[in-house]
Each structure stands twice: as structure tokens, then as C-alpha cells.
Design a protein around this ligand. Sequence first.
Ligand code: NAD
Length: 424
Amino acid sequence: MHTLPSYLDPQHLGPWGIYLQQIDRVTPYLGSLTRWVETLKRPKRALVVDVPIALDNGTIAHFEGYRVQHNMSRGPGKGGVRFHQDVTLPEVMALSAWMSIKNAAVNVPFGGAKGGIRVDPRTLSQAELERLTRRYTSEIGIIIGPTKDIPAPDVNTNEKVMAWMMDTYATNIGETATGVVTGKPISVGGSLGRREATGRGVFTIGTEAARRTGLSIAGARIAVQGFGNVGSVAARLFSEAGAHIVAIQDHTGSVANDKGLDMAALQAHVAAEGGVKGFKSAQDISSSDFWSTKCDILIPAALEGQITQDNAGLIQAQMVIEGANGPTTPEADDILKDKGVLVVPDVIANAGGVTVSYFEWVQDFSSFFWSEEEINERLVSIMKKAFASIWDTAQQHKVSLRTATYIVACTRILTARDLRGLYP
Ligand code: NAD
């Protein structure tokens, strides 16, 4: 028996170790497919690239870039690209594996992939950022493509970065290739509804979970961490459905209003001031007061590792809907379970973004674009169907929604693996 590299060891602390523990937890439910489970514990392919760029001052800087294709049994790789100073290979491996699970959970025909560059993009000018993006795209160009692996935005990457990636790839192969990335601007093959899709998915799944537990959204009290793309859209949709958004936290601070915050006014305040802190029609509160807000639903929609053993005990919500990726540590998950808090996991709650990315990819292939109404209708229908099968699986096996999502997703991935067989 050979020893595993430390990051393939389930005891290794960090996102990849957490992912491996999640796979161990689901293994007893996989029946004869257990034969294939080892496939899920290793990425299919991991590419590490050097990304050299000329800085504006004429010197050359080198950055480390990654693209990991975790599993492609169900279709091409799909997952975002992150620019962050803390990006590491094991982190990208975990993020790519979670994409395999997420894509299978909503049953879109993709495998899982993820990419990133270890860089603090705030230290670069726009021109440097463009050179970095284009060189990275060229370097990973040997493994990406509309039928191979399709990147998308993630932390610190956006529509503009996707336009550069698409242009670089298309220029290199000498063809139009809008389907090589999703999350593009509308005018170069992007999809209507993509920007709001993740928040809309969080709202849809939250509403479905509430209905099944007898909680009425009208009048429900909701606290949201993160008021960016995901948090602000989810908060607005819940508020429009009659819920009271009683507290919000972002990187500038936490604000609360017991009668409910005015979403349009808060959005205007954030646009002007860069954060929620100091919003007039609210009280500024401490971070621990935010976590202990008396509410029905708590939506972490900022970063990973936010609900930990230090603050999980403070939470008073009946339900946590994970808008962010990996916001709850395994220790906090256990504390919430003991308190009877229902946790709706990221791999289903925030899958609305990749679902509309799938629509964008389909529209790019057919060069025929759908209305926003069609997009939203199809999004809601896919999310509701996916959640129903996860809910039923949780009831049937008496397991958490997280384990149930893994049962549904891993069964789909490994069934595909089993049917395809091994080559040679
Ligand atoms: P964003 O950059 O638009 O917003 C992030 C928000 O989090 C901001 O309001 C910021 O102030 C807040 N924040 C940052 N640091 C914080 C801190 N230390 N404490 C409290 N708040 C803090 O990002 P986003 O696109 O909304 O993504 C949020 C999360 O959702 C991430 O985990 C991301 O991976 C996940 N996600 C996003 C999408 C998508 O389509 N955008 C899809 C799936 C998952």
C-alpha cells in the first residue's frame, strides 16, 4: 500500500480533506456503485501552469495558475475561475469536486472543474489583469473548449474577464467559440438572467424548503451575510415575497432593523458607500449580534468557513440556506444538527448560477437566445425538481440534506462511470 500525498489524505484539514470526509459519509449509501467510489477521491486531471506577465513598470512577474478537471463522466468540465492570493492546488481540487456534485445534483450534463490563479488582483492594473487573464487562458487552452471544459466567473472574476478568456481562446483556435466560457456579457453570447440566477436559485430552494417545513415566507424573518451578487438578489426576492430582512452583514459591518430593511434604499446606500455600514434606516450591530439575530432563515452568502464552532451556537434560525460555497465547517454542521436547525447545502442551494450557465452554453451552441421569462421559468422548474428528489432521499434514508444531495449526485456520477466502463 503506497502512502497518499498529504492533500489526498481525508485527515488533511482544508477544503479537500472536508470533501473527502463528505465522500466517506455518502459511501454506505452507494450500493454496488461503491466499486467506483475511488474515482471521486482523485481529480481526473490537474494542470498547474506558470503565468508570466510584463508589469506596467517593465518588470516580469510570475503567477501560479491551475485548472482541475475533477470528473467528466457526465459531460465536459464546468466550473469557475478564481483570482485570489490564497488559491492553492488542493483548494481548486475541492472546488472542482464540489462542481461535480453540484452539476449532478441539478442534473445538468456537465462534469466538475475549477480554475484559479494565486494572485491578489487588487494589486494589478486593468491592463495587467487583462494580460494575466489572456496568458492564463492560453496556458490552459490545451484542456478547455466548448465540448471539453467550460470556465465561468468566481471570486474576483467577472463578465469582463470572461470576455477576455473567450476572445483569447477564439483567437488561438481561429474560430468563433462563444461556448468556451459562460457568464459572458450579453452582447458576446451571454444569457439574460445569468447575473441574478444564483440569488434566484437560493430564493427558489429556500421557498421550497420553507413550504415543506410549514414556514410561511410572507412575514418570515431573514438574516443575510453578504450583500453582493448572491446575497442582494436573494434578499430582494425574499423581501418582495413578503419576508422581513431583519439583518445584513457584509465586509464593512452589520446592520439590523426589526421591522425589515428597505432593500431598494439599502442597495442605493451600498452603491454609494461601498458597504452596508452606516445605513440610515437601520441600527449598526456587532458581528456576534448579527449571528444571534432572532430569525427564521439565515443565509450565509459571503465566503467559505463563516459558520464555525465559535458562532454556530449563537444561531437562532430554524433554517440555514447556504448561498456561499462551503460557508459551514463540519463541526458547525454537527452543532446545527444537534440544535435542530435545517441546513440546505450549497451544492443545491446555490446551483442556480450553473443552471443558467448551462442555458447560456446551450444558447451559444444553437446561436438562438431565449427571453428572460423563459430562462427564469426553466431555472425554477429544474431547481424545484432537483430539490424534491433530494428532500425525498433525505426522508427515505433519514440523513441530512447535505448527505442526501451527495447520495443523489454521486449515484448519477458513478452510474455514468459504470455504464461507460474503463478504457482500455
Ligand atoms: P460578491 O463578491 O458579489 O459578494 C460578496 C459579499 O460578501 C459582499 O457583500 C462582501 O461585502 C461580503 N463579504 C466579504 N467578506 C466578508 C466578510 N469577511 N464578512 C462578511 N461579509 C463579507 O460575491 P458573490 O458572487 O455574491 O458570491 C458570494 C458567495 O457565493 C461565494 O462563496 C461564491 O463562491 C458563492 N457563489 C456565487 C455564485 C455566483 O453566481 N455569483 C454561484 C455559486 C456560488
